[in-house]
Design a protein around this ligand. Structure first.
Ligand code: HMG
Ligand code: MG
Length: 316
């Protein structure tokens, strides 16, 4: 059934920051996560257990997870904090951090993991250094290991609407096939990443139809739009019309993928909240509060605020 409740997954602390060249202090990252948790957001992607050689900005993820575990809640409602883990090394690092830092008894947060597949062979090679089939094998152990530890696991599929190396040559049936494999392995949710922002309304509709034809439920799908071509809200509208109610976004429109040349930020959380409110949808997020966080973090790291709504409301 279609409801007016929409779940926004904030990916700013991970997708938003991973590409920044200058090291952002741990204190700033933690403050960002804590400020976001006070805006009404219930899902926050907080870090990434990946190779620090490839993505140095995410090197402090273990400290971030430890901090979350040790501290009382930042809001009355439970917040779920997600961390990327691409292989058994990432899984082990996440689980050993959890073992070493039991959850504060006053806290009601949850931790979840995320694996990240891609829809094309060339992007998979660049991002994961292996083939799609090999990547799925690695994810199987991460998903099973995460589930065995009682964690929710989401599974990204990148470049679903266009690839920096293969252009528009991305087959929606292939995306649906990978999604089915990941769901069979035990993933709780599929996040469809328009990494390059090349997605258009008709292509978004075709992709969602393929997912439906493959038997993937709308409630198990999240859309992850990047606004590089300014199409993110259009594609969001198409997804809403199709019945999707889970969307990723990033405060201040921060972000980009290190393996997708020229990719700009994710659709901003401020624009998403404003858009959903204009449609009478309920995100549970305080727009003024999230605009203030976008203003603060973009100044803090010396980046332009790329949220249209944020800039308009701030008079910038
Ligand atoms: P590998 O197969 O081990 O090969 O890792 P490698 O040559 O890349 O390994 C390099 C070094 O990293 C080795 O250490 C590994 O042991 C180590 P060395 O022997 O040189 O000392 N290593 C690790 N260290 C810590 N944690 C780990 C880990 N794994 C290996 N988990 C792998 C291949 C892909 C895992 C690695 O290259 C890597 O972590 N790459 C970074 C990938 C990444 O973070 N991409 C960005 C996130 S995806 C994204 O942004 C898209 C998304 O937003 C959705 C969308 O928009 O589409 C999610
Ligand atoms: Mg992304």
């Amino acid at each position: 059934a279609k409801t007016n409740r929409v779940r926004l997954i904030e990916v700013g602390p991970r997708d938003g920051l991973q590409n920044e060249k200058t090291v952002i202090p741990l204190k700033t990252k933690i403050e960002l996560i804590e400020r976001l948790a006070q805006t009404g957001l219930r899902d926050i992607e907080a870090g990434s257990f990946v190779s620090p050689k490839w993505v140095p900005q995410m090197a402090a993820s273990s400290e971030i997870l430890t901090h979350i575990q040790n501290h009382p809640p930042q809001s009355d409602n439970p917040v779920s904090y997600a961390f990327l883990a691409p292989n058994t090394k990432g899984l082990e690092n996440a689980l050993s951090t959890l073992d070493a830092s039991p959850q504060n008894p006053d806290s009601n947060h949850k931790i979840e993991l995320a694996v990240f597949a891609a829809a094309t062979e060339s992007f998979t090679q660049k991002n994961l250094n292996c083939s799609i089939a090999e990547s799925l094998q690695k994810f199987e152990s991460v998903i099973k290991g995460g589930k065995a530890a009682g964690l929710r696991v989401r599974a990204y599929i990148s470049v679903v609407l266009g690839c920096p190396f293969e252009g528009y040559d991305v087959d929606p049936k292939k995306v649906a096939e990978i999604a089915c494999d990941l769901m069979e392995m035990g993933a709780d949710e599929i996040a469809l990443g328009d990494t390059t922002g090349m997605g258009t309304a008709p292509r978004t509709r075709d992709l969602l139809k393929s997912m439906q034809a493959a038997g993937i439920l709308n409630e198990d799908i999240a859309m992850h739009f990047h606004d590089t071509y300014g199409q993110a809200l259009v594609n969001t509208a198409i997804s809403l019309e199709h019945g999707i109610r889970n969307f990723d976004s990033s405060v201040g429109g921060l972000g980009g993928c290190p393996y997708s040349p020229g990719a700009t930020g994710n659709v901003s959380t401020e624009d998403m909240v404003y858009f959903m409110e204009s449609l009478g949808m309920d995100t549970g997020v305080d727009l003024d509060a999230v605009v203030a966080v976008g203003d603060w973090i973009t100044r803090e790291i010396g980046k332009a605020n790329s949220s249209s709504v944020g800039k308009a409301m701030l008079g910038r």
